[in-house]
Design a protein around this ligand. Structure first.
Ligand code: SIN
Length: 482
């Protein structure tokens, strides 16, 4: 990583209790664009994770006593340092995650926005005065930091999924221990280096690396960890939630999605195509709010498909560090195998691949975008999260029919629809069983709005004014003044 302006941002040790910890027991981290080794990270022992939790508990005793304003000043230092090191951070992210450099830069800005937002929200964690029930009592609530927090974060957004959890936790007065994905630890460790430079006290922000299952088990079962937050797949979330049950830990889960993208016959078709491109191919299709199935009205089907195909055929696949790339490598070749089995199932059941010839580098992690036509609900691709650049297109003819199909899933994270009929906007918004709805837009993520799902897509909201609540405990005070 000699190319970095600040080479100290590339750390091969982890950050716990304000110290950089190395180990002879390591995990290799490779670049998904070419399989080359980037470096190693320590495989911490069970005892080292427990020590981190105990130090973190110790450190937060002072941090929680600080004023929200002084915590905010320190968080803002962190925000400023992230913004001013954006080129290095984006480079590290593309090296380990594969996304195009312009998307990595976008993610760093997105990640920093959570810190800026929660640095301010921390000052507004108001309690309440409740009208008394008898003349001599006075009823109030106060909000207090919940305690040490644990978080397991994913490889698809190596920075933003950390700050979306860590910033509200720290703004609330908590400490947090992050276990980043083993595929993408270096962005997390660079954030830790900047947290240290920003003056975040030792033990408040920790990044531990090692065996995922073991660290997940400790963070979900240790009694000093009072809150656990996870972003990842629904099956893993279900398991972690079970583990949290032993100590009745407050938990938030941001899990899988199966987003429908519906285009009605009265929609602006060019706008819908543009939105579909973003919502389908952002991060190579590897986001939990990515479109999984496109429902296009009969009357505009041919027009939409032809315009969509024109755009898809112009996508450039390659190493995210190269100029002009739209889709980088997938995180692993296994991810491609999973997609190929979904494709095969759909083809066996009658779907057709639209003709496309997009060149891809000769390495097992690259996947050429695919458009699948004549898809129907008998196919697995409609029910399982694709997590990659396959667009599966389904025809529909009535609003009732498409609504029923859109809701026919265990997931309820994001959904999208395009229409210019205001009555339909309300009907659809009220009846779609999803936590987030993009109406005439394919891009819904930002720091000010509540991000989270319904059904088996998760629990809790991140970002927005709600995002800090999960890191606070409401305490009720009943005072007798007689
Ligand atoms: C995710 O895929 O987990 C997050 C996507 C986003 O924040 O937009």
């Amino acid at each position: 990583m000699n190319i970095l302006q600040q080479p100290t941002l590339f750390k091969q040790s982890c950050y716990a209790g304000g110290k950089w910890i190395s180990s002879s027991n390591v995990i290799n981290v490779t670049n998904p664009a070419n399989g080359e080794l980037i470096g190693t990270i320590p495989k911490l022992s069970e005892q080292q994770i427990i020590d981190t939790i105990e130090q973190s508990q110790q450190a937060m005793q002072k941090w929680k006593q600080e004023t929200a304003k002084s915590r905010s000043i320190i968080l803002r230092n962190w925000f400023n340092l992230i913004e001013s090191n954006i080129d290095d951070l984006a480079y590290i992210m593309t090296m380990e995650q594969g996304k195009p450099l312009h998307e990595s830069r976008g993610e760093i800005k997105y990640a920093a926005s959570f810190i800026e937002w929660f640095a301010e929200e921390g000052k507004r964690t108001y309690g309440e005065t409740i009208p008394q029930t008898i003349g001599t009592n006075r009823l109030t609530t106060i909000k207090q930091p919940i305690g040490v927090c644990g978080a397991v974060t994913p490889w698809n957004f190596p920075a933003a999924m950390i700050t979306r959890k860590a910033a509200p936790a720290m703004a609330a007065g908590c400490s947090i221990i992050i276990k980043p994905a083993s595929e993408t630890p270096y962005t997390a460790l660079a954030l830790a280096e900047l947290a240290d430079q920003a003056g975040i006290p030792a033990g408040i922000f920790n990044v531990v690396t090692g065996e995922s299952r073991q660290i997940g088990e400790i963070l979900t079962s240790h009694s000093l960890v009072k809150k656990f937050s996870f972003t990842g797949s629904t099956p893993v979330g279900r398991q972690l939630l079970k583990q949290c049950a032993t100590t009745i830990k407050k938990s938030s889960m941001e899990l899988g999605g199966n987003a429908p993208f519906i285009v009605f016959d009265d929609a602006d078709i060019d706008k819908a195509v543009e939105g579909a491109m973003i919502a389908k191919f952002r991060n190579g299709g590897q986001t939990c709010v990515c479109v999984n199935r496109l429902y296009i009205h009969d009357a505009i089907y041919d027009q939409f498909v032809s315009k969509f195909m024109d755009k898809v055929s112009n996508l450039k696949v390659g190493n995210g560090l190269d100029e002009g790339i739209d889709i980088g490598p997938m995180i692993t070749s296994q991810a491609i195998k999973n997609m190929q089995s979904l494709l095969q199932d759909a083809l066996d059941k009658g779907a057709k691949l639209a003709p496309l010839s997009i060149s891809t580098p000769d390495h097992a992690n690259y996947m050429s975008p695919q458009v699948l036509l004549d898809v129907d609900h008998s196919m697995n691709i409609v029910h399982e999260e694709i997590f990659g650049p396959i667009a599966s297109i389904i025809r529909f003819s009535t609003e009732e029919e498409v609504l029923e199909r859109a809701n026919d899933t265990i997931y309820g994270l994001a959904s999208y629809f395009y229409t210019n009929n205001i009555k339909r906007v309300y009907r659809m918004s009220e009846n779609l069983e999803y936590g987030m709805i993009g109406i005439n837009t394919g891009l819904i993520s930002n720091e000010v709005s509540p991000f989270g799902g319904t059904k088996q897509s998760g629990l809790g909201k991140e970002g927005s004014k709600y995002g800090i609540e999960d890191y606070l405990e409401v305490k009720y005070l009943c005072l007798d003044i007689a």
